[in-house]
Ligand binder design. Structure first.
Ligand code: KG4
Ligand code: ZN
Length: 345
């Protein structure tokens, strides 16, 4: 199958064409394009939903057109080549979601193609079922798998018994891991998004300088809580006369280590409890090299570790197309509506 994926849940406008391959349980990316309004949000220190939606409107048609062109498909011929359209219908910002959903519905109607509504969170998981090139085949994750979704909006632990049986184990009670990093970045006057800036600063930090709490790390279950950490950072910031380079590096490292300790500990525990064959990461924070290294060092030899390449960890449309293939609930275009509150069932 050739699937056109569309992703507009937040500040990225993305389209991708993938070719699915049931034989080796992997999909190949034929073309993938993305426009981001991150620079606009960096100027205001965070995302203003209205601005994000306006930028989506500006980019959606050019991005889809370029994705088709890159795949060697002309707009006039698209109907012949595309078998289905997968689109993120939630969770996300309502104004942004509507742009992708309504565009996908229009294309499905005009091209007479099935429309597959995709949960963005499943998309982050299925980034691990993508192949960048047919010449570099790699094995897909094995089941049962524990998936950790760590993004700006979500921190969730999920058990995948197989493609159909997906069980939510726990999630954050307040801030998501990426959100906590972004808010800390703002306290430290770092550029948006804070997660990337903190990763850079933390490289020069002294691990003995500050110790922050590991919230609810030893509590039963698989919930997380990161909002208190940001308050702990605020207290340290208020005690400084000025934010020196070394202070920013030290507190960045302390923040990152506290969050990653909890993420790694809980994920490894879940993998043990459910005898997972694989641990899968997804979402923007999984682009962090330190987090990946922490998992690689902590994981038992018999458990396989998967994390998408960094540009597939953050929002993209190839992952939406891949998730659409495995969760192939095609609906009449009239039944598909954006759902900003969508979560796991
Ligand atoms: O998945 P994503 O692109 O969008 C959402 O669905 O939220 O994730 C964005 C989040 C932001 O919070 C950003 O700070 C974080 O991912 N992020 C990182 C890194 N790259 C992006 N966090 C830590 N290290 C990174 N390298
Ligand atoms: Zn995302």
């Amino acid at each position: 199958m050739i699937i056109l994926g569309i992703e507009t849940s937040c500040d990225e406008t993305a389209a991708a064409i993938i070719q699915t391959n049931t034989k080796d349980d992997r999909s190949i990316i034929i073309s993938s394009k993305l426009a981001t309004s991150m620079a606009t949000h960096a100027a205001t220190g965070g995302i203003i939903p209205e601005t994000a939606a306006r930028e989506q409107i500006k980019y959606i048609i050019p991005v889809i057109r370029e994705t088709l062109e890159k795949a060697g498909i002309s707009v006039q011929n698209a109907r012949k080549h595309i078998d289905a359209i997968a689109v993120t219908y939630g969770p996300g910002l309502i104004g942004s979601l509507l742009v992708g959903v309504e565009t996908a519905k229009t294309l499905a109607l005009v091209w007479d193609k099935p429309l597959i509504p995709v949960n963005h969170l499943f998309g982050h998981i299925y980034a691990n079922w993508l192949n960048l090139s047919p010449n570099e085949p790699n094995d897909p994750p094995l089941f049962p798998a524990i998936a950790l979704i760590v993004s700006g909006g979500h921190t969730d632990l999920v058990l995948m018994k197989n493609h159909q049986q997906i069980v939510w184990l726990g999630g954050t009670r307040d801030d998501a891991a990426g959100e906590a990093l972004d808010k800390t970045g703002r306290l430290l006057h770092l550029p948006y998004p804070g997660g990337i800036a903190i990763e850079q600063k933390a490289k020069h930090g002294n691990p003995k300088a500050y110790h922050l709490p590991r919230p609810i790390m030893y509590d039963k279950g698989y919930d997380f809580s990161f909002s208190g950490l940001k308050t702990a950072v605020l207290r340290e910031v208020q005690m400084q006369k000025e934010l020196s380079e070394q202070f920013v590096a030290d507190i960045s490292l302390a923040m990152q280590t506290a969050i990653f300790d909890v993420l790694v500990y809980k994920t490894i525990n879940a993998a043990k409890e459910y005898q997972a064959a694989s641990i899968i990461l997804g979402g923007g924070v999984s682009a962090n090299q330190t987090l990946r290294q922490r998992f690689i060092s902590a994981i038992e030899k018999k458990v396989k570790f998967f994390a998408p390449v960094p540009h597939l960890s953050t929002d993209n449309a190839a992952m939406i197309a891949a998730a659409g293939f495995y969760h192939h609930q095609t609906l009449d275009y009239q039944e598909v509506t954006a759902n900003p509150q969508l979560y796991f069932d």
